[in-house]
Design a protein around this ligand. Structure first.
Ligand code: ADP
Ligand code: MG
Length: 316
């Protein structure tokens, strides 16, 4: 198969059709339509084999992770996903691999109604770069820089699960496909509806890709504030605690990456509005701390400050 055949067979058709796509795959560029009053939100994530995922990871999981990472960025902006492009570097064009990759991509694109509008297909070491676009009503996007002293800090889901799986790959331990921690690494569930629902409620938001401590510290720094958070309030899955033990589970929840959960701040008076919203969410939602005026993120346990988590060591 040459480049043209790969595109025609796997990427030119089969993805959601949208009437805001004027011109999709096939020309030099794609044309899409925005309504007046909308702002375009553009995000991009490059996933390189050996750096961001083990090359042996199932093709469907590679595709899912690549699109999910982008959807998670859109979620953190509160955007509704619409279109994406795919730049694919492949060492060789293997039919079974490409079929599984395209199927994994299509499953997630179908779920969120995303049209694939273009890309590039080249020979090279395995890497998947997706650029996704979504929209928000002008002025309503969630940003990192709006947190204010006194706001409450929340996190969705159970951070640390994907970090444990990553560690297992790095250590050369096999993971079975039905292992819940493998599932959390391979098939993250981007919090798209949750992010969109937070517009008008959250003052700032970020998605967790580099670990809760690092990402929350980024949000606080962007907002020119600090935070105090309770280590024991950070939710951990039963699967993680069982496998890693309490101490390691806590470390992973703070420093493991690839969670694709949302971390956000809300003013105290929005707490009941948030609780009403989150009652229908499929994921956990947990308050882990508060925003304070003094810069920096400090973790506490039983009222005592803990040393800053060690984030210097990241695999690959
Ligand atoms: P050009 O050389 O003009 O960049 P290409 O031959 O690379 O065009 O691509 C032809 C068409 O196929 C373009 O519309 C491009 O956006 C699309 N395309 C290429 N690779 C992919 C891909 N992996 N997924 C989706 N569309 C793709
Ligand atoms: Mg090209």
């Amino acid at each position: 198969m040459d480049e043209f055949e790969v595109i025609q067979r796997y990427f030119a058709t089969g993805f959601p059709a949208r009437d805001d796509v004027v011109l999709g795959v096939g020309d030099d560029g794609a044309l899409t339509r925005l309504a007046p009053g909308e702002e375009l939100v553009t995000v991009s994530d490059a996933l390189v084999a050996g750096t961001h995922f083990p090359a042996q990871l199932a093709a469907g999981a590679i595709a899912h992770r690549a699109l999910a990472a982008n959807l998670s960025d859109l979620a953190a902006m509160g955007a509704g996903p619409r279109w994406f492009t795919l730049a694919l570097a492949l060492p060789e064009a293997k039919e079974a691999w490409l079929a599984a990759f395209a199927a994994g991509l299509r499953r997630l694109a179908d779920r969120f109604g995303l049209a694939l509008i273009g890309g590039d297909t080249v020979r090279g070491p395995l890497a998947v770069t997706i650029t996704a676009m979504g929209t928000v009503a002008a002025g309503t996007a969630l940003r990192r820089d709006g947190a204010r002293s006194g706001d409450r800090i929340f996190v969705t889901g159970t951070p640390g699960d994907a970090g444990w799986a990553w560690q297992a790959f790095a250590d050369g331990r096999g993971l079975s496909a039905d292992d819940p921690l493998y599932q959390r690494f391979a098939f993250p569930d981007p919090r798209v509806a949750e992010g969109a629902a937070l517009r008008g409620i959250a003052t700032a938001a970020i998605d967790l890709s580099d670990g809760l401590h690092v990402d929350l510290a980024r949000l606080l720094a962007a907002s020119g504030v600090g935070g105090e958070a309770d280590v024991d309030a950070v939710p951990r899955s039963a699967a993680l605690t069982e496998r890693a033990g309490e101490t390691r589970a806590t470390e992973l929840a703070l420093t493991g990456g690839d969670d694709y959960e949302l971390c956000f701040t809300i003013p105290a008076e929005k707490e009941s509005a948030l609780a009403a919203l989150a009652a229908s969410w499929p994921c956990r939602l947990t308050q882990i701390g508060r925003v304070v005026a003094e810069p920096g993120l400090r973790w506490r346990r039983n009222g005592e400050y803990l040393p800053t988590p060690d984030v210097s060591f990241r695999h690959f």
